[in-house]
Design a protein around this ligand. Structure first.
Ligand code: NAI
Length: 384
């Protein structure tokens, strides 16, 4: 690849993205304002590449390492053709960094943000040439997760989105295009996986272990919602839910849960803290699921219907194409099946029966079915 890639922010995401770019053949400049973070990134990349070389997955780790420069001066980014920002998730800081980097790089340098929850359009607005800005949302860990959401801002130049998509494919990634709306695809469509599970638990319909069992055993997910929330950490998962809820002008569909908020307040952040929904401390008693396959089916169908509804509504609102919506969920968060594909297999009639049943019981807007499902059901249409 002929151009130099710059990465701003040498944390978990920046280091991972730098590794992906270097492995795709680019020379990479990794810039962090914190010298310790830049040094730590170098050390961890060295270790990772060494391990990959030992496993025979890459050739010479030293040769690959020579593609990186770790710097603490933003000026070192001046010759880059693409700069990807992965700093702290704060709009004011990102805006400042974008307006600064724009004065350093050439006019045709592409500027991308890895934000997972901020508006790409607001970040672009900090630039005098906002048409060169877009979102490239990698998933953690970036070298292992294939999905990249490509997010054009309102101002992004026509053609840049497709060019970025082509580049991400060349980097060995699976790019999907998402509209610049809260949560893009994955962080929006996945909300009911957590939210509906929490609701079912809070209402006492089933306990956590039983809900997790329903989603793994009956629905085929790799992890149940409570295990997954504990794994992600409530400092991340709860905050994403709250941000999405606020960004959607408090749409009740995305309402956060008090049980999860309390865990965050208690510092029971999940697996990394030794405690979350479950107790991971040495010798702690394990919760056993109730063995009730009929209950498992009812739980999993309720959660899957809510997920399908979210995906259908995202399609209806032109957030992404149908194929991209399914790719995002299968390759970004390892769902056993694309949600629209799932709907085709179940039928819109079945999904609507579940959603309308919930709506009739609760009389809550949270359970409103997407108009797209009704329109499709009326004419017997399928997504694929
Ligand atoms: P991190 O906290 O591990 O790393 C951020 C790095 O940016 C730190 O090394 C910090 O010193 C540096 N930094 C902060 N402000 C800076 C500035 N003004 N100039 C230069 N360097 C600066 O954060 P992480 O987890 O790597 O996330 C970074 C970005 O990626 C955030 O926008 C986050 O939303 C996004 N993201 C994170 C994911 C995750 O699972 N951690 C997944 C997808 C996106």
């Amino acid at each position: 690849m002929e151009y130099l890639v710059g990465v701003i922010g040498a944390g978990a995401m920046g280091s991972g993205i730098a590794q992906v770019a270097a492995m795709a053949g680019h020379n990479v400049v990794v810039y962090d304002m914190d010298a310790a973070a830049a040094a730590q990134s170098r050390t961890s990349l060295e270790r990772t590449l060494q391990k990959l070389a030992e496993k025979g997955k890459i050739g010479d780790a030293g040769a690959l390492m020579s593609r990186f420069r770790f710097v603490t001066e933003m000026n070192a980014l001046k010759d880059c053709g693409l700069v990807i920002e992965a700093i702290v998730e704060r709009l004011d800081v990102k805006k400042r960094v974008f307006s600064e980097v724009e004065q350093i790089v050439a006019e045709d340098c592409i500027l991308a943000t890895n934000t997972s929850s901020l508006s790409v359009t607001s970040i672009a607005a900090a630039c005098s040439r906002p048409e060169r800005v877009l979102g490239l949302h990698f998933f953690n860990p970036a070298p292992l997760m294939a999905l990249v959401e490509v997010i054009p801002a309102v101002q992004t130049a026509p053609g840049l989105t497709d060019a970025a998509k082509t580049l991400m494919s060349a980097w060995g990634k699976i790019p999907v295009i998402a509209r610049d709306t809260p949560g893009f695809i994955v962080n929006r469509v996945a909300r009911p996986f957590y939210g509906e599970a929490l609701r079912i638990c809070e209402e006492g319909i089933a306990d956590m272990a039983t809900i997790d069992k329903a989603m793994t055993e009956t629905a085929g997910f790799r992890m149940g919602p409570f295990t997954l929330m504990d794994y992600i950490g409530h400092d991340v998962n709860y905050v994403v839910t709250e941000t999405v809820f606020q960004s959607f002008f408090y749409d009740p569909r995305y309402k956060p849960s008090f049980s999860q908020k309390r865990l965050l307040e208690a510092g029971w952040l999940g697996r990394k803290a030794g405690r979350g929904f479950y107790d991971y401390r040495e010798g702690a008693p394990q919760q056993e699921p109730v063995h009730d396959p009929a209950l498992w089916t009812a739980i999993s169908e309720r959660i899957i219907a809510m997920l399908i509804n979210e995906a259908a509504d995202a399609l209806y609102l032109n957030i992404a194409a149908a194929a991209d919506l399914d790719l995002a969920m299968t390759r970004g968060v390892n769902y056993p099946k694309g949600l629209l594909q799932w709907c085709d297999e179940w039928s819109t009639e079945k999904v609507l029966a579940i959603l309308d049943g919930l709506y009739n019981d609760y009389h809550e807007d949270r359970y409103r079915a997407s108009i797209l499902l009704r329109k499709m059901n009326a004419i017997g249409a399928k997504f694929f």
